[in-house]
Design a protein around this ligand. Structure first.
Ligand code: SF4
Length: 460
């Protein structure tokens, strides 16, 4: 299924380089609305049958220092006492959610942020114990418990404690090892610090270790990024995520600290991106899709090979599409195919929980059409192909009639060799893989020019 290797074609990349969603959900978060209320969410939770496998996402919004490229919803503070208050409300929210759910098992727990390791190991431990009181969490290797680690905000000895709490997967932000680049984005994190933390994690059995990199940052050059990738290869992570830096200082205040004239030119940025694509493949990494690479023996690559890769708000996931419960300020989840998001402001989060309410801000109730399109988009983005037969039989539609307009819009992609269409399937070629989001956008009923210009980053 994955025989087509990713192909670099600069002209086609330039031709199709428009803004588009990353499709961690469909519809995307832009369609969430505040008609969706706490009571809709509770109805979804109560409707979950017993013995469902669940995934839990825990959001910790705090960071100690600001990274200038950051576009996340976070709170920068050195006042650690704020964490204690947050933990007490998080525990309340977990109890409240559990009250509405029957006998279900957590198969996946993911801690993200902000910086989850802003919390002390004792605070993380208290939350994990509470989760185990509220849900069944099988104590075996198949239960994925992952955490985003900031090595600047965790003592190396604490890796052992995290392992003892059941953590077995991790992801770490690096972005770039070049000191000048790190200074320009206010994130100083040495190669040695990152390497030592990962070696320690491996010693305690952590698997599927991911490093995040960003290209397009100030002062980056192809040469400087070659050195960064050389160091990344010494660490040899199981997975690598490579994100395109989108400079939108009007929308994200921290980015105003980045001077426009320090950013790499479009030509330099393209050269860096090409180098990344070629270098990672030369070093044996497979392109999974949408910014993600993995070694062939990593769970992500194996899941893709076996046709069971899925996608949710954390990106690609190896499990079947579990119901996803989000807890913490601004967290997003998906239950019974509906999406929900908590309030983004921490005081409103506390107020809702103070009155024993789930802090739901908005969400979306998906239609049948959304479900069909989600399946098409997720099949393409996870597997680079879709079976027309299987969609017709699962959704009782005539694919060619239902998607007549979309198939017409696909014609230029076919002519450019990005996609192959037969009467029974659609396949994305090696040339089309870097442009997968553009292909998916053709099946997105909500995409319009305004969305594309204002809300998403470009492919490159
Ligand atoms: S990039 Fe991550 S660590 Fe840096 S400020 Fe944003 S959320 Fe915090």
């Amino acid at each position: 299924m994955l025989a087509d290797k990713l192909e670099w074609d600069e002209q086609l990349l330039a031709k199709y380089n428009i803004s588009g969603p990353r499709y961690t959900s469909y519809p995307t978060a832009l369609e969430f609305n505040d008609d969706y209320t706490e009571s809709d969410y509770i109805t979804c939770l109560k409707a979950l049958p017993d013995n469902k496998s669940l995934s839990l996402y825990i959001h910790v919004p705090f960071c100690q220092n600001i990274c200038y490229y950051c576009a996340c919803n976070k709170i920068i503070t050195k006042d650690k006492s704020r964490a204690e208050k947050y933990v007490s409300y998080l525990l309340q929210e977990i109890s409240l959610v559990a009250e509405h759910i029957g006998d279900n098992t957590l198969r996946q727990i993911h801690w993200g942020g902000g910086t989850p390791t802003y919390l002390s190991v004792e605070q993380i431990s208290r939350i994990m114990s509470h989760i185990r009181e509220c849900f069944v969490v099988p104590a075996d290797e198949t239960t994925e418990i992952s955490i985003e680690i900031d090595p600047r905000a965790l003592a190396i000895e604490d890796i052992e404690h995290l392992a003892a709490l059941g953590f077995n997967r991790m992801s770490m932000g690096v972005q770039d090892f070049d000191l000048a680049v790190q200074k320009a984005v206010n994130r100083i994190q040495s190669f040695e610090m990152t390497r030592d933390m990962i070696e320690e994690a491996r010693k305690y059995g952590f698997k599927s270790i991911n490093l995040d990199l960003i290209y397009g940052l100030p002062l980056q050059t192809k040469q400087s990024f070659e050195r960064t990738l050389e160091q990344v290869m010494q660490i040899s992570p199981d997975r690598i995520s490579v994100f395109n830096y989108a400079h939108l200082p009007d929308r994200f205040k921290p980015q105003r600290r980045i001077e426009d004239n320090k950013l790499p030119s479009a030509v330099e940025k393209m050269a860096i991106f090409q180098y990344i694509i070629e270098n990672l493949q030369d070093n044996g990494y497979l392109y999974i899709g949408m910014d993600h690479f993995a070694k062939p023996d990593d769970e992500l690559a194996i899941a893709q090979q076996n046709g069971c890769l899925h996608r949710n708000f954390q990106g690609y996931t190896t499990h079947e599409e579990y119901e996803l419960i989000g807890v913490g300020v601004s967290s997003i989840g998906s239950v019974n195919s509906q999406y929900h998001q908590n309030v983004r402001d921490i005081e409103s989060y506390y107020e809702a929980l103070e009155s024993h309410q789930l802090p739901i801000w908005r969400g979306v109730t998906v239609s049948n059409d959304d479900l069909v399109r989600k399946r098409v988009i997720f099949d393409l983005i996870c597997h680079f192909e879709l079976s027309i037969d299987s969609i017709e039989s699962d959704y009782h539609i005539d694919f060619n009639n239902y998607f007549a307009d979309e198939l017409e819009m696909l014609a230029p992609f076919v002519a450019d060799g990005l996609v192959k269409i037969t009467s029974r399937d659609i396949q994305v070629t090696g040339r089309g893989r870097l442009l997968i989001r553009n292909i998916c956008m053709l099946f997105d009923a909500y995409v319009n020019e305004l969305h594309m210009i204002n809300s998403f980053s470009k492919v490159i």
